[in-house]
Design a protein around this ligand. Structure first.
Ligand code: C5P
Length: 227
């Protein structure tokens, strides 16, 4: 299991300070929409200059027509990030077109699909997708697998089910992790490291428990000993 730290601090300076504090660990960093819209590729370059071995997960959740998504995926691959994601609900043609476009890269990024946004409750999800969240999320995961994507973003509690419907090698990346049972904040379904392990999760995403800690370096070190 690998650790991905979410760089969700409010500005670039603070995110870079956090990255410097944890630069000596073998970890992934998650850069989301806010940071990327504001600080752009320059921010990614600055992260790599802190430690060229940092692995970057660009969490932009692409959703558009197939050709536009493939164009965006190609530009992301050119930037040299190690992982990015798309919405599975963009459809099978879009996911296939993205994967086809990435074939030309000798080393392409890992591509994950977002199945269902956790902000949806079942009723609001049904209004848009016409099915219950659990059922549709599994269907989306199978679509992503068949389209050649590498894995999905999902909850810890769906990880095993998704792997049995696809493959053990199909990556699961799970947010909502409270490594040692810390405060949940606005997360509804949280899990600790032990539970993530039991559910065969490949990547845990941890934000607040790291960047709100008095000493982020200590907590990252502690998490890594448990993976
Ligand atoms: O602070 P915390 O550990 O809750 O951060 C989790 C990170 O994962 C945040 O960047 C959040 O946007 C992201 N995320 C999530 N739930 C999802 C998808 C992404 O919490 N379903």
């Amino acid at each position: 299991m690998k650790l991905c730290v979410a760089l969700d601090l409010p500005d670039k300076k603070e995110n870079l300070k956090l990255a410097k504090e944890i630069k000596d660990f073998d970890i992934w960093l998650k850069v989301g929409l806010r940071s990327f819209i504001r600080d752009g590729r320059n921010f990614l370059e600055e992260l790599k200059s802190i430690n060229p071995d940092f692995n970057i997960f660009l969490d932009l959740k692409l959703y558009d027509i197939p050709n536009t998504m493939a164009d965006a995926a190609e530009e992301i691959a050119k930037m040299g990030v190690e992982m990015f994601n798309v919405h599975a609900s963009s459809g099978k043609v879009a996911m296939e077109t993205v994967m086809k476009r990435l074939e030309k890269f000798e080393k392409r990024p890992i591509v994950l699909a977002v199945t269902a946004l956790t902000s949806f409750d079942n009723e609001s999800f049904r209004k848009i997708y016409g099915e219950d969240i659990d059922k549709k999320a599994s269907e989306f995961a199978v679509d992503a697998y068949r389209c050649g994507l590498d894995g999905v973003v999902c909850s810890v509690y769906e990880s095993k089910k998704i792997k049995s419907a696809t493959s053990e090698k199909f990556i699961t990346l799970t947010p909502g992790i409270r490594p040692f049972g810390e405060e949940a904040g606005d997360q509804k379904r949280v899990a600790d490291i032990k539970t993530a392990k039991e559910n065969m999760v490949d990547f845990i995403v941890v934000g607040r428990p790291v960047y709100k800690a008095d000493n982020p370096k200590d907590i990252v070190g502690k998490i890594l000993t448990k993976l």
